[in-house]
Each structure stands twice: as C-alpha cells, then as structure tokens.
Design a binder for this molecule. Structure first.
Ligand SMILES: Cc1ncc(C[n+]2csc(CCOP(=O)(O)OP(=O)(O)O)c2C)c(N)n1
Length: 455
C-alpha cells in the first residue's frame, strides 16, 4: 500500500516527465486566423476525397492506369469472388421469402453490397479476426462456412453452435472461421475489435494476422466508433473497413430511414480517419476489383506497418433494411431500381471476367453456379427447418458466468432471476401446455413439454 504522500509524489513525477516528453513546440504557425472544415487529398485539393475505382459500371477498366491496376488481381481469386457474389442474392432471396412466409422470424439481405463485402473478404487471410455488423454473411461464405451451420443459426436449431438457438437470425459467429458473433447494438464491434487487435499483438504466433471490423455509416455515429478508433492508435494492428452506402453524390443512402445528409456534415467517414492519425482510403464499394485491391493494400499496411487503416467503401443498400422495414416509406422505388440497373457490383465483375481473353466467366458458368448454389441452399434449408430447437431449459443458461463459492447460484447453475423465470415458465406450461397452439410450439423443442415438467 502506498502512503498518500508517496502516491502524490509519484503522480507529480509521472505528469512532469510525461509533459516534458510529450511537449512539441509549434513548428507551423499562421499569422491570420485560419479555420478549416475538410481534409484535402494531394492532387484532389478542390473537391471531396476521391474514391479509388478500377472498373466502370460496365465492367471496363477506366483507362490504362485502371488496366494496370486490374492486372494486379489474381484471376482465380476474382472468379471465386464472383461465385460467392452470385450465391449471395440466391441465399437472400430464399431466406427473405421464407421470413415472409412465417418460416423464420427475421432476416437482413446483402443486396447491392455484394462487391464491398466479398471483395474485402477476399483480401483478408483466413485467420484474420473479423468483427462484422450484420450484413456481412458474404465474409462467412468466402471462408466456406457450412450452409448447415448458417441454417442452424437462422432456424435456431439445437445444432446452432454459435448462439445455441438463443439469438435472432443473422447473428452468426464461428470460432473456426475467426468470425466473432454479431451483436445487435450498433457500434459494439468497434471497441471489441480494437481490444482483439491488442490481444493479437500480444499473442505469440499471431504477428501476421490483423483484426477486421465492419460498420455501416449509421453505426459510425455511435460513440463506440470514436472510442474504437482512438483505441486503435494504441493497438496498432487492425484495419477498419466501413461500409458507407452509395456511390455517387446523387443517390441517397440510408441507416434504416436516416439519409446520410442527416448522418454527418463532413466528407463522409473517410474524413475522420486523419483526425485519429489513421491511414485512410475511400473506395468505390460497387467495384469489387477496387475493393479487393484497396483492402489487400490496407491489410499489408496494417500488418507490415503495425498500424490501423480505415477503408471507406461507398456502396448502396438496395434491399430493405431488414424484414421489419419497408424502404418505400422513405425512398423512391425508382431510385432504387436505377441503382440496381446502373450500378450492380455483380454485373461489373461478371462483365470484366467475361471480357478477358480467354474469358473467365460465361452465361453457362453463371447458370451452373446459380443452379448448384440454389440446390445446396435449399437442401440445408429443408433439413434445418425440420430440426428441433434446443431444450427450453437452454434459454436460461450462460447469462452470468459462474462465480466460485457464490451462494446465489442454485443447483442448476442459475442465478436467482433466471431461476425465477424458469419456474414461471414451468408454471405457465403446466397450465397452458396442452392447448393446441402451445402444444404445437412446444413440439418444436427437444424434449418438448415433458422435459419442462421434469424441471
Ligand atoms: C445502439 C443502437 N441504436 C439503434 C439500433 C437500431 N438500428 C439497427 S440497424 C440501424 C441502422 C444502421 O445503419 P448502418 O450502420 O448504416 O447499417 P446498414 O443497416 O445501413 O447496413 C439502427 C438504427 C441498434 N441496433 N442499436
């Protein structure tokens, strides 16, 4: 134990030395008051931060420089990217309609963002730790996450290893695939990612890995975004690609119904990177090739340079926010249709691969990929739909970590609030369990009503 006097001496000495070490004399001064409100990029001083783009909307490299950039991408990787990007809308269509039919409770699609999600996923190493928001199932597909696990999560079955049937659909997680379980509250993943980056830095053998954190522009208005970015200055080992809806300044982008015009007043999210001393790039998120190249470079900077990187991918959510949303209430359907027609990331990459000599994609290949993906998805869908959910007792566990010697915990390992909830459920099931509606629902859980009566 330090005496108060000794503690105050130490404090004074610490502050004194820190202040001396940190003091930097001002080297650049201005004789007149100079205010500024924007980040200026060399060569683009007069306008907003430029977006890196290789392929135009028709899938053609912009010019000779674009051609040179495009040639840096490995063609097998681009082909696999297109396979996954082609599979995503099929998965979305099946799961979205199944929610509409009442077969699952909730869903969120990736429509329009396939290039930003899969293009970035392809740039990471398989053991890089991913903290996603919720619209990045494409990263899991890229990492060959089994469709059986995906369906188990969506249908909350007993085989759902990540969330044991306790979470809403799309809250995937897989230790094996280095994909941390999704959290619903916006921004949660940002400080978590910074913490994980710090842990990686201290873990022998993980020196060549980094942490990836995805966030939409709505999430970047949370305080956790700023806490996370500031913390990365210390962690020095992660990259933060954010998804920001939209490609041109004329199409509106949304966080549910909040348009970007109400989300921030500055030049997007990229403008914030330099404020935290972070290397930053803005990329056309609907150009999968540009996203891939930018993220590869970002990863190299993060790992070799041991520092954080911010990648802002400008894309557009063409689907509704979720199955709980009807976006026609806040944006015109014709605007959405025109983005779909004029700025499809899938079309861009497909056109590019078809135009190569020899071609790396064709109408036949496209049809074959769609057909086999649909079959594989439907097979696992049908199986998971029939699978039982975990026993009802499962829902009460894992709320609090067990504390050794803690007498509040009962024989079943539960704390008082969970024990009371469990008893209440048992009471209700004893009373109503035989009514047709309850009987039908209880039949979906392993052990059903009988298991509950034995509690
Ligand atoms: C802390 C918190 N506030 C509000 C919500 C409700 N909410 C869920 S998603 C969302 C919009 C997020 O938009 P964005 O980050 O741009 O991602 P997008 O859905 O557009 O991909 C909101 C407000 C939430 N989940 N958490």
């Amino acid at each position: 134990m330090l005496s108060a006097r000794r503690a105050s001496q130490l404090l004074r000495r610490t502050f004194a030395t820190t202040a001396t070490r940190r003091y930097t004399p001002l080297t650049v001064t201005s004789p007149v008051p100079t205010f500024f409100d924007a980040v200026r990029v060399k060569g683009f001083e007069d306008g907003p931060i430029p977006a890196f783009r290789v392929l135009g909307p028709e899938g053609v490299p912009l010019n000779a420089t674009g051609q040179e950039q495009a040639s840096k991408a490995d063609l097998d990787t681009l082909e696999r990217m297109l396979e996954v990007m082609t599979t995503l809308p099929i998965l979305d269509q099946i799961l979205y309609s199944s929610q509409r039919q009442g077969r699952i409770s909730f869903y969120m699609t990736s429509y329009g963002e396939e290039g930003a999600v899969v293009g970035s996923a392809a740039a990471w190493e398989p053991e890089d730790e991913v903290f996603a928001q919720y619209r990045e199932v494409g990263v899991l597909l890229w990492r060959s996450y089994p469709l059986s696990s995906l369906m188990a999560q969506v249908f909350s079955t007993a085989s759902d290893a990540a969330t044991r049937g306790r979470q809403m659909p799309v809250h995937y997680g897989s230790k094996e695939h280095h994909f941390h379980t999704i959290s619903s509250p916006l921004g949660t993943q940002l400080p978590q990612a910074s913490g994980a980056a710090y842990a990686l830095k201290r873990t022998p053998g993980r020196e060549k890995n980094c942490v990836i954190c995805y966030a939409g522009e709505g999430a970047t208005s949370e305080g956790d975004f700023h806490a996370g970015l500031n913390k990365q200055w210390v962690c020095l080992k992660s990259s933060v690609p954010t998804r920001v809806s939209l490609l041109t300044q004329y199409v509106r982008r949304f966080a549910i119904s909040t348009p970007v015009a109400q989300q921030y007043a500055g030049d997007g999210i990229a403008a914030r990177g330099p404020g935290y001393g972070i290397d930053t790039i803005r990329v056309d998120g609907n150009d999968p090739l540009a996203v891939y190249l930018a993220c590869k470079e970002a990863r190299k900077t993060a790992v070799d340079g041991q520092k954080p990187v911010l990648v802002e991918a400008m894309t557009y959510r063409v689907g509704h926010h979720s199955t709980s949303d009807d976006s026609s209430a806040y944006r015109s359907l014709s605007a959405v249709e025109s983005v779909k027609k004029l700025d499809s990331p899938i079309f861009r990459l497909r056109r590019y691969l078809e135009s190569l000599s020899p071609p790396r994609w064709s109408a036949e290949r496209d049809a074959a990929v769609k057909d086999s993906s649909k079959r594989a998805i439907l097979k696992e869908f049908s199986k998971a739909e029939k699978d039982k959910k975990p026993p009802l007792a499962e829902m009460f566990g894992d709320v609090f970590a067990p504390v050794e010697g803690e007498d509040k915990v009962g024989a079943d390992g539960l704390e008082r609030p969970q024990r009371e909830q469990k008893e209440e459920l048992k009471r209700l099931i004893e009373k109503w369990g035989e009514t047709p509606a309850w009987k039908k629902e209880l039949g979906k859980f392993e052990g059903g009503r009988e298991a509950v009566l034995k509690w």
